[in-house]
Design a protein around this ligand. Structure first.
Ligand SMILES: [Zn+2]
Length: 205
């Protein structure tokens, strides 16, 4: 086994092919989340990874800056979550590690971030986070372990100047997770474990 010295992350071909046809801007959160939910649903059906998608948009104009989907299965990299992809691709496009430097950007994603993407979002410089929902439904419906999220995750974002908007397109997001859960798709938790906290919702409040 040779020691690797570089890695790269790539959107799946079906999404890269769709990028030129995506709307230039999506002004309302509902329209932004509708795109996210649609991409999330297609993503797992295409076999790229979990039923997750994210976009970065300009908070004022709705201009679409980047799109991301979960690519854990298609890349073989466990950190290839939708939020990480969308944030990194926005940073590539804008040429900066700080998405708050001269920009007013929102990350729109189809559930509260997992414990990894919680950190990735905090460090990205993004100023707004729009989620379809939070709570144990995602883990119950899909079997994914989202990790030990802090109960006051939303307040922690707000304390750092990141506005949180919740429950946008929630029913559609849950429908995607339900369809995924009823399929025979691979749930790629490390060591094959299910969602540790899903059976103990009281521990998450
Ligand atoms: Zn994540």
């Amino acid at each position: 086994m040779a020691i690797a010295t570089t890695y790269s992350m790539t959107l799946p071909p079906w999404l890269a092919a769709e990028v030129p046809a995506l709307p230039e801007s999506l002004e309302r959160h509902e329209a932004q989340m509708a795109l996210v939910n649609r991409l999330a649903d297609r993503n797992w059906r295409e076999g790229n990874g979990g039923p997750f998608a994210a976009i970065v948009v300009d908070h004022v104009t709705g201009r679409l800056v980047s799109v991301g989907v979960n690519v854990v299965l298609s890349t073989g990299v466990s950190s290839g979550h939708a939020e990480v992809m969308a944030l990194a691709l926005a940073q590539q496009a804008l040429g900066t590690w700080d998405l708050g430097d001269g920009h007013d950007l929102a990350l729109v994603v189809n559930w509260r971030p997992c414990v990894q993407c919680y950190g990735a979002t905090l460090w990205s410089g993004v100023r707004h986070l729009v989620v379809a929902g939070d709570g144990p439904e995602l883990e119950r419906l899909t079997g994914f372990d989202e990790g030990p999220m802090v109960a006051d995750w939303a307040q922690q974002f707000e304390r750092r100047g990141i506005e949180v908007v919740q429950d946008v397109g929630r029913a559609d997001a849950l429908a995607v997770y339900a369809a995924y859960g009823e399929s025979s798709s691979v749930v790629y938790n490390a060591r094959g474990q299910g969602a540790i906290d899903a059976e103990a919702p009281d521990a998450r409040t």
